[in-house]
Design a protein. Structure first.
Length: 483
């Protein structure tokens, strides 16, 4: 068994232990509550029995007077004692008037107390046997004490409590063992799914059905070449359906990432192959006969310089995206006016490009961001508008703020973007029209970089475009209104 599988079993055992302990503690708490209810009910029962016997004693005295010595001995055998005293016993409590209506009229005003006469050599089991309920009141003008002994009732209740306690203890020990096996059996599909999910990172061929079969579905034959395989949700247990959905979602994201990575490598290779082929072609031209032809020599030098510059730009963009993907890009955040940055981009673009009409409309909007990266994103949007706007067209830069957001928008009067291509224009190396893209230049990475910059600052890009009418791409960032 591998280390990863050992970890799965360890984690599974830990979950079983935790669940078992939690359920055991809950059962213990339930039993304690049940015992408390039993004791409270027993106390209430003894109180009712004591009151009933006291009422019977009061009625007997009122009808027949205080008992004789022979009657007293008979009453003692029945757990009842009626004794005339010289004065009322002053110890005990009187029931408050609000609660007296609950007690019988014969004993409402009596002084009550619970006594546990001290007896030597009494074991713990017989500790409560001599418990007595005593009432003091006047009967027929004579102070009288009525004492009710609970020995027989205590013995019955104590026996019932001991039986209940033994049953509870046996049940706790039994469930501690059986419940652990039950929990382990219930969690077995999850453990199997965890082991099967680990095989996704192994570089090997399709797995057998026996190896990948789980109670929650099948994960067999999943590898880099078949990441479109999914767990069958219809045959998955209800308890594990959420887990199966999560695994299917994970596989979908892995499959999409794998597809994008493969496309990225393919597109990068294609982009690098074109300038390399051009450089090789001009090098062969110079080697054969271009050295002696000044015109061919100059043409080759210019072409080599252009292709080298294109390769340099491509490599720098690839390195930028690689650092962004690896989270190694360092950002220097500062508070600045986005309108001033737009003015700088506007002036620099006007000096470089004389074939378009540039306009700018800005208002003071402060952001907290990396000024260099935001400027790079703004240049990308402007360069993208220049590439796809015919000579003489208008490009307008607008900076505004509203609802806590800062907007850097670039509006052009160019060829626009087809509706089907808008969702993909931020994909790396994606260009809506390959032939037109080659004519205008570019690598298809600019908008991907601008999107990364926007998202890294907590913002996003918005696109509004119509074919043969123009496009407007906006960089939206959180606005910083503090001084």
């Amino acid at each position: 068994m591998s280390n990863r599988q050992e970890k799965v079993h360890t984690i599974g055992f830990s979950i079983v232990s935790k669940l078992n302990v939690q359920l055991w503690v809950r059962s213990l708490g339930l039993f304690l509550l049940l015992n408390i209810v039993f004791l409270v009910a027993s106390g209430a029962l003894l109180l009712v029995v004591g009151e009933r016997k006291a009422v019977q004693a009061v009625q007997h005295v009122k009808l027949h007077g205080h008992p004789t010595d022979g009657e007293s001995r008979w009453l003692l055998d029945q757990g009842l004692e009626i004794a005339a005293t010289d004065a009322l016993v002053q110890t005990g409590i009187v029931v408050p008037e609000r609660l007296q209506r609950v007690f019988p009229p014969e004993t409402r005003t009596a002084l009550r107390m619970v006594r546990l006469p001290r007896e030597d050599d009494v074991s713990l089991y017989y500790l409560l046997d001599p418990l007595q309920y005593q009432l003091s009141l006047e009967l027929n003008g004579t102070p009288t004490t009525i004492t009710v002994a609970f020995s027989s009732f205590i013995w019955v209740l104590k026996t019932l409590f001991l039986v209940l306690l033994i049953v509870q203890l046996l049940n706790l020990f039994r469930t501690m063992i059986t419940r652990a096996d039950l929990i382990r059996e219930v969690l077995r599909p999850i453990s199997d799914l965890a082991q099967q999910a680990q095989t996704l990172s192994k570089e090997k061929g399709p797995l057998s059905v026996k190896e990948m079969q789980a109670l929650a579905g099948t994960l067999d034959e999943i590898n880099a070449a078949r990441l479109d395989t999914r767990i069958d949700l219809d045959s998955t247990q209800d308890e594990l359906k959420n887990l199966a959905v999560a695994i299917n979602s994970l596989l979908a994201r892995i499959n999409e990432s794998y597809r994008l990575q493969a496309r990225f490598v393919s597109d990068a290779s294609h982009e690098l192959r074109t300038p390399i082929a051009a450089i090789q072609g001009y090098a062969n031209l110079l080697d054969r006969w271009g050295k002696n032809d000044p015109e061919a020599l100059q043409e080759s030098i210019d072409a080599l310089k252009e292709e080298a510059a294109n390769m340099k730009d491509l490599v720098e963009q690839l390195l930028f995206l690689a650092r962004g993907d690896n989270n190694t890009m360092h950002l220097d955040f500062e508070r600045f006016d986005l309108a001033n940055l737009a003015q700088t981009i506007f002036r620099e673009t006007e000096m470089i490009d004389g074939g378009h009409v540039f306009q700018i409309d800005t208002s003071e909007v402060f952001v907290y961001a990396d000024q260099g990266l935001v400027k790079q994103a703004g240049r990308i949007l402007v360069d993208n508008a220049i590439k796809y706007t015919p000579v003489g067209g208008t490009i307008r830069i607008v900076v505004s703020g509203s609802q806590g957001k800062a907007w850097f928008s670039v509006q052009d009067s160019g060829i626009g973007i087809p509706p089907d291509d808008i969702p993909h224009i931020f994909d790396r190396f994606y260009r809506a029209d390959e032939s037109r893209a080659r004519a205008t230049g570019g690598t298809g990475l600019g908008l991907s970089i601008a999107k990364w910059i926007a998202e890294r600052h907590g913002g996003h890009l918005e696109v509004l475009s119509r074919e043969d009418f123009g496009s407007r791409i906006s960089l939206v960032l959180p606005q910083n209104e503090s001084d």
